[in-house]
Design a protein around this ligand. Sequence first.
Ligand code: 1PR
Length: 548
Amino acid sequence: MPTVHLLDYVAGNVRSLVNAIEKIGYTVELVKDPKDIESAERLILPGVGHFGHCLTRISQDGYVRHVRKHIESGKSFMGICVGLQALFEGSAENHAVPGLGIIPGRLTRFDDLNKSVPHIGWNSATVTERFDDDSKAFYGLGNGSKYYYVHSYAVPYKENVLEPNGWTVATARYGDETFVGAIGRGNVLATQFHPEKSGAAGLKVLRAFLEGRTWSSTAKIQGHIDQGLTRRVIVCLDVRTNDQGDLVVTKGDQYDVRDKGNETGQGQVRNLGKPVEMARKYYEQGADEIIFLNITSFRNCPLADIPMLEILRQTSEKVFVPLTIGGGIRDTLDADGTEVSALEVAKLYFNSGADKVSIGSDAVAVAEAYFHNDRKVTGASAVEIISAAYGNQAVVVSVDPRRVYVKSPGDTMHHTIKTTQLGPSGEDHCWFQCTIKGGREGRDLDVQQLALAVEALGAGEILLNCIDKDGSSSGFDLELINDVKRTTKIPVIASSGAGVPSHFEDVFRYTTTHAALGAGMFHRGEHTVKDVKDHLASRGLFVRPIEQ
Ligand code: 1PR
């Protein structure tokens, strides 16, 4: 089988990319030494994390000269995400470290005045120039297709600056900013988006590059083609062992995952199916992301064979959209008593195919310490350490809040909202209390405090659950979502309560979030992801088209 060389500078979680390349029928050789590049016919510089970390590592490890020689010799080279950024002259992310300067231009941080940063989600890559044969597209880039982006810095696009130098540019728009989504010339192709996480559309671009087809056929997407960030429809699979010890997808009702027991004892853990099969089914229905939450601790089994690792390995070979894993990401003790850091746990997950890790209980502890230390950032928390190593876009904080009703704001020190969902005694104010251990323990911390703390500490996204709404099929807690969206600049995934497709329309119409999650309604087979996306599209809301 033909081979492609991957320059993994020890930061990218390259498992996803390896799986995508192997899916296309190529063998992957990981570049371990600069000399390995001399034998490479096709070379990919993947990348997540930070611009400075990437450039520093490839410079220190002696790769730069070999990468340049490879490109100058006319051999195929592809840069992905940070791998695209590295080709430019520099980035505002780290002024001290120069880029390779192969393409003129510098990266700047997105403006977060009116939009969340990082830019996370599905957006376009529209080739600016018109070409005669429109059945062919630059590396198969479809003007109606959507690709998965996750970055805070971008190359601002200015018309006719790069094209006169022979570069073909595909652009995307985020808010009022148009930026370089992909760029190529001769033997070089670079994408700001992740083709390995962009479903069928992304695999088509990767295949065109590997097969050296600069101009390839493209899917014709019918209907209105909007350029901009789509709404993300995400599926969450709560996973735990059932009473027979099998790992199953389950679903709580206000976090209680057991069927109603009978007089002789508690009910069985709800078993809604097998994790890998269900994840694949949702991917094929058009899910934009998959989240696995390991809702029981793995302390009773050696870290190296956490059942979730195998689930991730198998899922990432079949599902080419972002995979997030949560549950147990914290400093912990292995079964034999050895200490294992949260970073080591996260690395196990990344190396098994996860693109993001989700931190729950530990993030509450970190936020409490942040306020206890007068908002000092120490660099010692799991959120900071994992974000520093893999980039903030790889760190999600999952929060499990519940409403605490008060008669008036003065009854509590916490941030309250005036609510239309009155309390049991008619209270019209409440605050949202953070909980840990799957909702079993309430803490003296509100969701606004948690959001402020984890954003300051480097989290890239918040998964905003809601104990009161979990499993209720009564719709999302729109007041909670808007309250957190007013507090933070990082993206928020709305979660808990979805029961019908119109609940997704409500959350996108009446809150400012761009991502919403469902679980029970999909697992119980009441609706499919496609039902939700078709409903949103019929109401004029912009969603990623499903491409095979
Ligand atoms: O604390 O870092 O070990 O992480 C534990 C993770 O597991 C947290 O993300 C926590 O939310 C989750 N978790 C723990 N116990 C449960 C439980 O249900 N007993 N799952 C649990 C919570 C909430 C959502 C749910 C949505 C949508 N699940 O994931 O899927 O509410 O449900 P719906 O659409 O059916 O309403 P740590």
